[in-house]
Design a protein around this ligand. Structure first.
Ligand SMILES: NC(=O)c1ccc[n+]([C@@H]2O[C@H](COP(=O)([O-])OP(=O)(O)OC[C@H]3O[C@@H](n4cnc5c(N)ncnc54)[C@H](O)[C@@H]3O)[C@@H](O)[C@H]2O)c1
Length: 313
């Protein structure tokens, strides 16, 4: 049996940012309705260098396993922070249907989730979005906003990275960190080593999609700030054990009933933003159902891509 292998370039050729947003929206809805399922993500720590994650999901007649890394020091050695493979199988007979580059699948679905949350929870009259952290996944978020027609300001501690990313994407470098953090819609995609939003820093009406703190010990927002905003997440089970929310849960300032899953807003079961002055925060730890959505969208295009390598399985 031969199985197609999608390189990163072929994943991007198969799935546009717009298609990724649509696919990820459908996945959040299917998961909220219990139609798609997702056993907990397994972290395999290899600290201080980084960690590995094994992420399974089932839905759309397929099963997926993503084996992926987060090694934050890698870019200094010319290696990506996030890399690995996605295996997509037929759920009726277990046959392997596709193997895909995990870095590209991750970037597409992370950009899609950041933007989907921002477009769902941000003010309807929001202006340009700011993306903080212009690495692989920050660029993906910026690319997705731009594809949907929203202007983007980029800011990175490494000014050269922000300039390069802005030139590559057709975005604008933010004049300052302060101006970037003051926009109506902000997406943070930093390594989560230091807090981006300290106590009292968010202003009424802002929305923030926190994407960077997706594992143990990371945070992009202070516990005090989480305690005074409306909090949304991708999946309570996962987000309350890793990333930003865990610190607030452990401090006893955030409980399950105070946090809304994005999927329940998208199905209409739960309210999203309820006033122009509300501050909304979406915490993402990254779900395997998002990967499944993008892998299935890539598989839809299998016959129209040139040069796909076939693996003998
Ligand atoms: N939530 C999710 O679904 C998800 C998905 C993928 C990656 N991530 C996480 O996102 C983070 C970034 O991943 P990546 O692949 O883009 O990494 P990357 O190394 O390619 O990029 C990180 C960027 O952040 C910049 N940066 C560092 N500290 C900063 C700060 N305080 N303010 C502004 N910029 C800062 C760096 O200069 C770099 O350009 C990682 O922690 C990764 O684990 C989360």
């Amino acid at each position: 049996m031969s199985v197609p292998f999608f390189t990163a370039r072929q994943v991007y050729a198969a799935v546009s940012p717009e298609r990724a947003v649509e696919a990820v929206r459908e996945a959040f809805i299917a998961y909220a309705r219990g139609e798609w399922t997702m056993p907990p993500k397994v972290y395999v720590p290899a600290y201080p260098a980084g960690d590995f994650r094994a992420m399974p999901a089932l839905g759309g007649g397929h099963a997926l396993l993503k084996w992926v890394t987060s090694f934050p020091g890698n870019p200094a050695q010319g290696l990506p922070t996030v890399s690995g493979l996605v295996l997509l199988s037929d759920a009726s007979n277990g046959s392997l249907r596709a193997v895909l580059d995990a870095g590209a699948v991750t970037a597409l679905r992370t950009g899609a989730a950041a933007v989907l949350a921002a477009e769902t929870l941000g003010r309807s009259d929001a202006g340009p979005a700011a993306v903080i952290g212009a690495g692989v996944n920050g660029r993906a978020a910026a690319r997705t906003f731009l594809a949907l027609g929203r202007e983007v300001l980029l800011w990175d501690v490494d000014a050269e990275r922000a300039r390069e990313a802005a030139a590559e994407l057709g975005a604008t470098v933010a004049p300052s960190r302060e101006e970037a953090l003051d926009t109506d819609v902000v997406v943070t995609v930093t390594p989560g080593r230091e807090v981006v939003f300290g106590p009292g820093s968010l202003r009424p009406g802002q929305h923030v999609s926190l994407m960077g703190a997706d594992g143990p010990g990371k945070a992009e927002i202070a516990v005090e700030e989480l305690a005074r905003v409306r909090v949304f997440c991708d999946d309570w089970e996962q987000a309350s054990h890793n990333g930003d929310l865990v610190h607030a849960v452990e401090a006893g300032v955030l409980e399950r009933f105070q946090v809304t899953e994005l999927g329940h807003v998208l199905t209409g079961e739960a309210p999203g933003r309820t006033s122009d002055d509300e501050i909304t925060v979406f915490d993402s730890t990254g779900l395997a159902i998002q990967d499944l959505a993008v892998a299935l969208a890539a598989l839809e295009r299998v016959d129209s891509l040139d040069g796909l390598q076939q693996l003998e399985a």
